[in-house]
Design a protein around this ligand. Structure first.
Ligand SMILES: C[S@@+](CC[C@H](N)C(=O)[O-])C[C@H]1O[C@@H](n2cnc3c(N)ncnc32)[C@H](O)[C@@H]1O
Length: 259
């Protein structure tokens, strides 16, 4: 039922393609996600193939990296256009027979794949769900005992800070921080404290948390454009786990383990 109100990205198709992964921001995101997962799950680079679900996979950018390491992937999304793009991006890979695509809400997979995956990815999806806490419970049910959840979500506090810096006090006073559909500001920006509580209530053990884009979004654009990507990455990696910088990350990446 909730899936009806979850945000289908068919409408954002073009904007998502241009604004996310064609930019420094998208590249930083992929690098930090990868660093975090490599540290938490050594089997990603060495062991036997893992069964991985990318829940809300979009165009499959991160899945591509995992597929290149020989893992078996199921990409699911409710957006026909983004999933078709993912299929185009991944079908040329050598082991593409190990990659499946399903156009369904991930919540519906629980019946067919209970505890079915070693690793479940939910990257930048939670903040687009009508019922995010129920979404976390569904994700948890899809992970096998001892398996992992890689949860990336949009940080409401970082949005408040940006509004403060821009003098958008009216927006803050209104209490409504939801996006207005024009840009990619999510429908449901999430409070980290609340998400952490939902994870604990779902019985998941939190093993790491990183901020992604802790300072890059706040830099003066001229300065940011002058810096080499490698330099920005070095600093983002360095401060991603250090408070108070981590808590300012535009996104937070939490890795959890199913007991
Ligand atoms: C911001 S995009 C992120 C895509 C991808 N995970 C990434 O990081 O590039 C959010 C995606 O979640 C999808 N989505 C939203 N609700 C969903 C649901 N209930 N089940 C599956 N996909 C969903 C949208 O269609 C969209 O493709």
């Amino acid at each position: 039922m909730s899936a009806k109100q979850d945000r289908n990205f068919d409408l954002f198709h073009r904007r998502f393609k241009q604004n996310v992964y064609a930019t420094v921001k998208g590249r930083l995101r992929l690098e930090i996600l990868w660093r975090d997962l490599q540290q938490a799950i050594p089997q990603l680079e060495t062991g036997t193939p893992l069964q991985i679900l990318d829940a809300g996979a979009g165009m499959g950018h991160f899945s591509r990296q995992l597929a290149e390491h020989g893992h078996h992937l199921l990409l699911c999304d409710i957006s026909e256009k983004l999933l078709a793009e993912a299929q185009r991006n991944l079908s040329a890979l050598p082991d593409s027979e190990n990659i499946q695509f399903l156009q369904v809400p991930f919540q519906q997979l629980v019946d067919d794949y209970p505890a079915g995956f070693d690793l479940v990815l939910s990257h930048a999806v939670l903040e687009w769900l009508a019922e995010p806490q129920a979404g976390i419970r569904s994700l948890q049910q899809l992970i096998r005992p001892g398996g992992w959840l890689s949860l990336l979500f949009f940080n409401r506090n970082s949005l408040i800070y940006r509004h403060l810096l821009n003098g958008n006090f009216k927006k803050i006073r209104s209490g409504n921080l939801a996006g207005e559909g024009k840009y990619l500001t999510p429908d449901n920006p999430l409070s980290p404290q609340e998400v952490m509580q939902w994870l604990e209530e779902a019985g998941l053990e939190i093993i790491s948390c990183s901020g992604i884009r802790t300072f890059v979004d706040f830099m003066h654009r001229d300065m940011r454009d002058k810096m080499a990507f490698e330099e920005l990455l070095e600093m983002e990696l360095r401060f991603s786990r250090q408070e108070p910088f981590r808590s300012l990350g535009r996104y937070l990446h939490v890795i959890c383990r199913q007991p």
